[in-house]
Ligand binder design. Structure first.
Ligand SMILES: *Cc1c(COP(=O)(O)O)cnc(C)c1O
Length: 400
């Protein structure tokens, strides 16, 4: 690894430079898209040593690939991890990590507010494999600590949560998890490595959907997992056999997108704060969720553990789904879509985005009302986004 040079640099420098040296060829300044299924060796003994992991190198792209490796090394430097493993999607990263470490008879403690796909693993797949899952209300710290102390193999966290932007105290929960002997895993997708580094707060494994802010352009899928060398060796072994590896072209797109991560996220959170403030004063809005607002119940914890509050805001419309149906089509600078973290602003109700897999009753039980809309704020000019939202609300007012 040539990463030592960048360990002390700022995050905005790391996203540009870190992890790339080993992949550069022919004096190129950019990481190549290494489209080769296999790698060949004239020296049969060298081939064996690389295959056994005793010498650096690549054998077969399901196991490792130079372009994918560059992405993994960049993530390591950003999160302060020993090693990282990249996957075809964020869900492949999450499910593979859970399946690597859980066995029948194990117990998992997590919160009700995890990403919809993760929630399905907890509700549907793990119980079928003999794993007991205990999902606690996200805001009930006392219950969470009691359930963790009752014993668990894995403590699985996510903060800020999707789409209600609740904040968990990472350091406190990681301490409780370690005291119970649990492996502590966190989904860091919403915060990005720029705003939150959970390994420094006692977490063992950090996961990202690279489809979102890391790549940033909504044109590629990917996931990454990082942590200690020993934990990542086990995750990499699972990936090698399960086969959900990232491909070189996708890795290239993620590396390319990551170069501007800091510029994008800083712009997105400046606009997110402006939109949140505007929404607070809008009479047709019942509730605004943004951890950057001093009124947000998790603001103090967020201020402690995050360097910025991120580009996601959500709000509840007073007239529920009827108002959602009118407001969203009126927006000009907006995609109405299920993803987030892109350069374009994206609006979506929880019903068709994060919680499309849930029934109405399940959503209501999670505190997600039909009028809840998530904004993934893009990099457009703040004034344009504000004016756009304002004109859409004016039209909504006229049609009610
Ligand atoms: C999108 C997302 C995922 C899943 O990632 P995919 O790349 O879509 O598989 C996991 N966690 C969070 C918080 C997400 O936003």
């Amino acid at each position: 690894m040539n990463n030592a040079d960048y360990k002390n640099a700022g995050a905005g420098t790391k996203v540009v430079w870190a992890g790339e040296k080993a992949a550069l060829a022919h004096n190129a300044t950019q990481v190549p898209i290494m489209l080769s299924a296999a790698f060949q060796y004239d020296d049969i003994d060298e081939w064996y040593d690389v295959a056994m992991g005793e010498k650096p190198g690549h054998i077969y792209s399901r196991m490792s690939n130079p372009t994918v490796r560059a992405l993994e090394e960049k993530i390591c430097v950003l999160e302060g991890a020993d090693n990282a493993v990249a996957f075809a999607t964020g869900m492949a990263a999450i499910s593979s990590t859970l399946y690597t470490f859980l066995r029948p008879g194990d117990r998992v403690v997590s919160v009700k507010d995890t990403y919809g796909g993760t929630n399905k693993i907890f509700d549907e797949f793990l119980p079928g494999m003999g794993v007991e899952v205990r999902l606690c209300p996200t805001e009930d710290m006392v219950l969470l600590e009691r359930e963790i102390a009752a014993g668990c193999a894995v403590l699985y966290l996510e903060t800020p949560t999707n789409p209600t932007l609740k904040i968990l105290d990472i350091e406190r929960l990681a301490r409780a998890g370690k005291a119970a002997g649990a492996l502590v895993i966190i989904d860091n997708t919403f915060a990005t490595p720029l705003n939150q580094n959970p390994l420094e707060l006692g977490v063992d494994i950090v996961l990202h959907s690279a489809t979102k802010f890391l790549s940033g352009h909504a044109d590629v899928m990917g996931g990454v997992v990082c942590g200690s060398g020993e934990l990542m060796r086990r995750v990499a072994h699972y990936r090698e056999i399960n086969g959900s590896s990232l491909d070189a072209f996708s890795a290239y797109l993620i590396i390319r997108g990551m170069k501007t991560l800091k510029l994008r996220v800083r712009q997105q959170e400046a606009s997110a704060m402006a939109l949140a403030r505007y929404l607070q004063g809008e009479p047709l809005v019942e509730q605004v969720n943004y951890p950057g607002l001093p009124e947000h119940p998790g603001h103090d914890i967020a201020a402690r553990q995050m360097k910025g509050y991120g580009g996601i805001v959500s709000f509840v419309l007073r007239h529920g789904m009827d108002a959602v149906r009118i407001l969203l089509p009126k927006l000009v600078y907006a995609n109405r879509a299920g993803n987030l973290g892109a350069v374009e602003t994206i609006y979506g109700p929880a019903r068709t985005t994060s919680h499309v897999e849930n029934t109405l009753e399940e959503r209501l039980a999670l505190g997600i009302s039909e009028g809840l809309v998530r904004i993934s704020v893009g990099i457009e000019d703040t004034d344009d986004l504000l004016a756009d939202l304002q004109q859409a609300f004016d039209q909504l007012r006229q049609s009610l």
